[in-house]
Design a protein around this ligand. Structure first.
Ligand SMILES: Nc1ncnc2c1ncn2[C@@H]1O[C@H](COP(=O)(O)OP(=O)(O)OP(=O)(O)O)[C@@H](O)[C@H]1O
Ligand SMILES: [Mg+2]
Length: 407
């Protein structure tokens, strides 16, 4: 539709009217922010709704305006009745445009789907959700929204209060910590590798050389040197045991079979060693892997089985363990189940926060999260303990050659 240009006097009159309306809007906003307004009338399709701003008296309003967090009051259909300046800064939008608009403008469809039921169900204790706030100009900001119903005085139809916290710094710190943990794990692995090499290359070789000399000595002693000969043979047997033990420790520190033969032979190796040494029956079922998994994934799964078996040995009092490695949605799944005394996985976290308790379960979680997987621990009396690890397939590399051939 082509609008006819307005005549000069009409345009000037419209401009004056618009200026006057803007002045009224600005004055209303100022009054809301400073606590001079007690109620708001919102015109809707089915008539007007009356919302009081009780509880946001002058003192509270000043407090809310000086907060470093976004504060919102919304109708159940997500219309923003009130927002503080901080929220307007977060979404990079003038306050007068934020108020009266819908929260939908500032959230993705996925976040809105999660938020909907939480707004309906939020009881007195409230609830929290992590979202990406859409700011004007296309930028995004990680945020946490705390939801709490604040209506219920008979006039407000269940209006909802929200506090929006900027999580940018928290996410950055988490990311930094995750990176540091990963580097610490990598350094730890490298250290284990070099100790394993030293043990295997030097100590075991030395023990074997002494063992051979001991055997030679025993062979040279005649039957007349009965006691000396039997002592030499005993010494030889002890050296043999010491060499086997050093080899076991070296393998435990860095399994060469994992590097040389891959995940399945390495899982077989520690399972067999565990069953023989601890005397607990262990059933292992592994899928056939046609290709090697990424080195990080292989090492993660290997270390998790190692930690889990150590826990079975130290805590579970189990008589049977099953270990299952399967393919799962393009990735892999490892399940370790024991029929032992079980435990309460949630009880470990308070201990960890106080700097107490073991590190086994924590290190399992850290390792799994680094390779983008999930770890679930299920433990219940008389049902034993199950540790389930799922690791997704690695992201496909975007090779230059593939891009070229598509052209
Ligand atoms: N399979 C299991 N059966 C019964 N209890 C278990 C099992 N796995 C873990 N737990 C319980 O969970 C606690 C924490 O385990 P975690 O591996 O984190 O630490 P830890 O074994 O005590 O010490 P660390 O692993 O550092 O040597 C254990 O102390 C134990 O009480
Ligand atoms: Mg442990």
């Amino acid at each position: 539709m082509i609008r006819k240009p307005l005549s000069r006097p009409v345009a000037s009159r419209e401009l004056t009217q618009l200026r006057a309306r803007l002045a009224v809007a600005e004055e209303t906003l100022r009054a809301i922010c400073s606590g001079e307004v007690d109620s708001v009338l919102v015109a809707g399709k089915e008539g007007s709704d009356f919302f009081t701003l009780d509880g946001t008296g002058h003192v509270y309003r000043v407090l809310i305006e000086s907060m470093n967090e976004g504060a919102l009051t919304l109708t159940p259909d997500k219309t923003i009745l009130y927002a503080n300046q901080c929220f307007a800064r977060m979404v990079k939008c003038p306050l007068e445009q934020v108020m009266g608009s819908s929260l939908r403008h500032f959230l993705s469809a996925g976040d809105l789907t999660t938020l909907g039921p939480l707004m309906k169900l939020a009881d007195k204790s409230g609830s929290k959700i992590q979202v990406q706030l859409n700011a004007r100009g296309g930028s995004k900001m990680p945020a946490q929204i705390s939801i709490r119903p604040i209506g219920g005085d008979g006039l407000n139809r269940r209006s909802i209060g929200m506090v929006v916290t900027d999580m940018t710094e928290a996410r950055r710190t988490e990311e930094l910590l995750r990176g540091l943990t990963h580097r610490a794990v990598q350094a730890h692995e490298a250290e284990r590798g070099s100790v394993a090499l030293e043990l295997h290359g030097h100590i075991t070789q030395l023990l074997c050389a002494v063992l051979v000399r001991c055997q030679t000595l025993a062979d040279r002693l005649s039957p007349r040197d009965g006691i000396a000969k039997s002592e030499a043979l005993k010494l030889r047997a002890m050296l043999g045991k010491a060499a086997t033990e050093v080899e076991r420790i070296s393998r435990h520190l860095r399994p060469s079979v994992l590097d040389d033969l891959g995940l399945v032979p390495a899982l077989c190796d520690i399972s067999t060693e565990f069953a023989e040494r601890v005397g607990v029956s262990l059933k292992l079922a592994c899928t056939t892997l046609t290709a090697r998994l990424p080195a990080d994934t292989e090492l993660t799964l290997f270390r998790i089985l190692q930690e889990a078996l150590k826990n079975v040995e130290q805590h579970a009092h189990a008589s049977h363990v099953t270990v299952r490695l399967t393919k799962h949605g393009g990735g892999v799944q490892l399940v370790i189940r024991d029929d032992g005394i079980s435990f309460d996985p949630m009880k470990n976290y308070p201990n960890l926060q106080r700097g107490m308790g073991g590190l086994g379960l924590l290190s399992m979680r850290e390792r799994v999260s680094y390779v983008g997987g999930t770890l679930t621990i299920t433990s219940a009396p008389r049902a034993g303990t199950e540790i389930e690890v799922r690791i997704p397939p690695p992201p496909k590399p975007t090779s230059k050659r593939a891009t070229k051939s598509q052209r």
